[in-house]
Design a protein around this ligand. Structure first.
Ligand code: HDE
Length: 697
């Protein structure tokens, strides 16, 4: 028989409140803990029992309130874009855009409009990692003086499908497979590629999703796109088409795949942490808002349909007009209340902006409002502080679940004569849909003008630099290798052949599937379009250390004077610095001063940083030669093509890590060499190293 071991009985009431050191009671000046009804709580450590060791009483309403609230802490997560990170900030236009739009937030260069931005992955759940291969959501809520404008975009300018009817299918295909419940946050599985192989319209987006865009270095370094064609309307009622773009002012960058894999394990919150820390240290992320504005005539002259969301307009044809800047300068106060509860809807629009007939956009105008009803528990989610407009909101909608307001008065209808002060419609300033003649037959049919599925996919691939093309081929080989059903792989090779034969050949070889391609005949023969420079990340790499993170590995006896120079130089570059030492306790420099560090070697791998410096003493280096974590640290930095600055004493560690000297391995002996290191580090990764280190596949 099991015996019940008795714990010694506490002798005084004070002893019953163990552990004493974690128990904080309110002094006269402190805020008193209360229940949700405001009742002061005397004991937050113990439930109400019959005797000190007796059963807990149902009567304990304080315990029940606390546990009940806890039980209901989770709300349904977003079906897509569940994993997100947000920040507050403002948008400020450079000059009035009155010639094209009457939108109030685009008029006065002196006026800042408050914004809240949320960045997200698409496929994974709320607790999934930050760096899977995936599209990133880029949603911005502008709290304008004429209502909230939500620009709910992605970091890729096109989409997988052309019609909202297909959205549940593409999402079901990419999400974890319903029978087995895996894989989480990954497109490398059979159902996704099965759907894609049967959906030629996805091919352009697939090229983007397999490119470096899908593994960003930082949320601060992604571009954003409204994707659909929208409309701008000015005070004269003139309407033009527009596509929205966000450009990060510090440039867009990606990690390499091996880094993404390792970061996902070492720091699943890599992007969220990076965004938080940057804002926290005052290094505010910024994006310029760019508009591609065009009229019906230009739209008609293009060789694709501007209503087709699988197509982009090359900037060579319609350049961007940069109209203002968004600065994110404040972290959320509460992740749940703000980042989780924020409700974006493409239908949240303001006068001066309008929709197009893009069938995907039209479906979205329905979907987002609908999803908030179940996600946020009813029709009053606009009252949640993060969603509430900052301008007055008055109408006759009443009641409903989660009603937090107390509307006054007798009148809840319009027109009325009882309350002359009650709100009325405003023909002068109210939102108006620009009149557009529509005439046609009611039918379910895809427009012929949407039928060219390969030309822009080819254009995108051919606009990439060689390293970017290799990454696309590698990503395709990696993903398709996870598809155990061979006919799907064969069909995908058929699509790739329609996009680019060299790409097809490389992927077929990487899969070991030469000669097994299933031909896919395109609805429209793909054309060779001119390459577009703006599509490549590397072609417009800004060569800067601004906003980048430099990891400096120290050992006891490091050169203190040199560290001071490195620090002040990097500060001028506006780079962030992280110090790493074998132990978190820190390292003592040549001047005898002990320095605290940010990471222990094992917890601060080199793939957290954009470039690294080895600042070791001879004895420190000798000790690290015995340490696998140190050898991996350096080997990874080399393998991830990073610029490595090092003092001569670190050479044995470079050798032990099989580092081969090239222009990215920069000796630093003193202040003077720093210039060489900085120049190299500004240039980013050493792409010429890559083919020597890994083959495609
Ligand atoms: Fe979304 N999408 N989407 N989407 N989407 C959602 O709305 C949907 C599409 C995008 O940070 C959901 O509030 C349909 C394109 C972002 O909260 C849902 C279709 C683009 C976010 C929904 C699309 C996006 C969402 C899930 C095809 C780029 C996250 C939770 C017709 C332009 C916003 C929610 C945030 C979220 C539906 C296609 C971007 C279910 C039906 C194209 C950035 O309503």
């Amino acid at each position: 028989m099991a015996t019940h071991k008795k714990t010694p009985r506490p002798t005084t009431p004070e002893q019953a409140k163990l552990p004493a050191e974690t128990h904080q009671t309110a002094s006269e000046s402190q805020v008193v803990l209360t229940t949700n009804q405001g009742l002061p709580i005397s004991d937050n450590q113990n439930s109400l029992k019959v005797g000190e060791r007796g059963p807990v009483l149902l009567e304990d309403f304080i315990l029940r309130e606390k546990i009940t609230h806890f039980d209901h802490e989770r709300i349904p997560e977003r079906i897509v874009h569940a994993r997100g990170s947000g920040a507050h900030g403002y948008f400020q236009p450079y000059e009035s855009q009155a010639d094209v739009t009457k939108a109030k937030f685009l008029q006065d260069p002196k006026k800042r409009t408050e914004v809240f931005a949320r960045f997200s992955t698409v496929a994974g759940g709320a607790g999934s990692v930050d760096l899977p291969r995936d599209v990133r959501g880029f949603a911005v809520k502008f709290y304008t003086e004429e209502g909230n404008f939500d620009l709910v975009g992605n970091n890729i300018p096109v989409f997988f499908i052309q019609d909202a009817m297909k959205f549940p299918d593409v999402i079901h295909a990419v999400k974890m497979e319903p029978d087995r419940g895996f894989p989480q946050a990954a497109s490398a599985h059979a159902t996704f590629w099965d759907f894609i192989s049967l959906t030629p319209e996805s091919m352009h987006m697939v090229m983007w999703a397999m490119s470096d865009r899908a593994i960003p270095r930082s949320l601060r370094m992604i571009e954003g796109f409204g994707v659909h064609t929208f409309r701008l309307i000015n005070e004269q009622g003139e309407s033009r088409f527009v596509k929205f773009h966000w450009r990060p002012t510090i440039g867009a960058s990606a990690v390499v795949w091996d880094e993404a894999v390792k970061i996902s394990g070492a720091d699943p919150d890599f992007h969220r942490r990076d965004l938080w820390e940057a804002i926290d240290r005052g290094d505010f992320p910024e994006w310029e808002l760019g508009l591609q504005i065009f009229d019906e005539k230009t739209a008609a002259s293009l060789d694709f349909d501007v209503l087709d969301p699988t197509k982009l307009i090359p900037e060579e044809i319609v350049p961007l007009r940069m109209v203002g800047k968004m600065v994110l300068n404040r972290n959320p106060d509460n992740h749940f209340a703000e980042t989780e509860q924020v409700a974006f809807c493409p239908s949240h629009i303001v006068p001066g902006i309008g929709f197009s007939d893009d069938p995907l956009l039209q479906g979205r105008l329905f979907s987002y409002l609908d999803t908030q009803l179940s996600r946020l528990g009813g029709p009053n989610f606009h009252q949640i502080p993060i969603n509430a407009p900052r301008c007055p909101m008055r109408n006759f909608q009443r009641d409903g679940l989660r009603q937090m307001d107390v509307p006054k008065g007798r009148v809840a209808y319009e027109p009325n004569s009882l309350e002359p002060q009650a709100p009325r419609e405003c023909p002068m300033h109210g939102f108006r849909t620009p009149p557009e003649p529509v005439d046609g037959t009611k039918l379910r049919k895809r427009a012929e003008t949407f039928a060219d599925h390969y030309s822009q996919a080819r254009m995108f691939f051919r606009s990439m630099t060689p390293p970017e093309q290799n990454h696309i081929a590698s990503a395709l080989a990696f993903e398709l290798a996870h598809v155990e059903i061979k006919p799907i792989r064969r069909k995908m090779l058929g699509h790739l052949k329609n996009i680019d034969t060299a790409l097809h050949d490389t992927v077929a070889a990487a899969l070991g599937m030469e000669g097994q391609t299933e031909e896919v005949s395109p609805a429209v023969t793909p054309r060779d379009l001119p390459a577009s420079q703006s599509l490549s990340l590397l072609a417009k790499d800004p060569a800067t250390l601004k906003g980048r993170k430099v990891g400096i590995l120290l050992s006891d006896g490091f050169d203190s004077t040199l560290l001071a120079s490195i620090r002040s130089t990097l500060k001028k570059e506006r780079a962030a610095i992280a110090l790493i030492a074998p132990k978190i306790g820190g390292a003592t420099g040549s001047d005898g001063v002990h320095l605290e560090v940010d990471f222990a070697l094992s917890g601060g791998p080199s793939f957290f940083f954009d470039t690294v410096i080895l600042l070791l003493s001879e004895s420190g280096c000798a000790e690290l030669l015995e340490e696998a974590a140190a050898v991996n640290w350096v080997r990874d930095a080399f393998g991830h093509l990073k610029v490595i600055g090092h003092v001569p004493a670190a050479l044995p560690l470079l050798d032990a890590s099989a580092v081969v000297a090239d222009e990215g391995i920069v000796p630093i002996t003193g202040r003077k060499d720093l210039t060489t290191y900085i120049a190299a580090a500004r240039g980013g990764r050493r792409w010429e190293r890559e083919p020597k280190l890994r083959s495609i596949g």
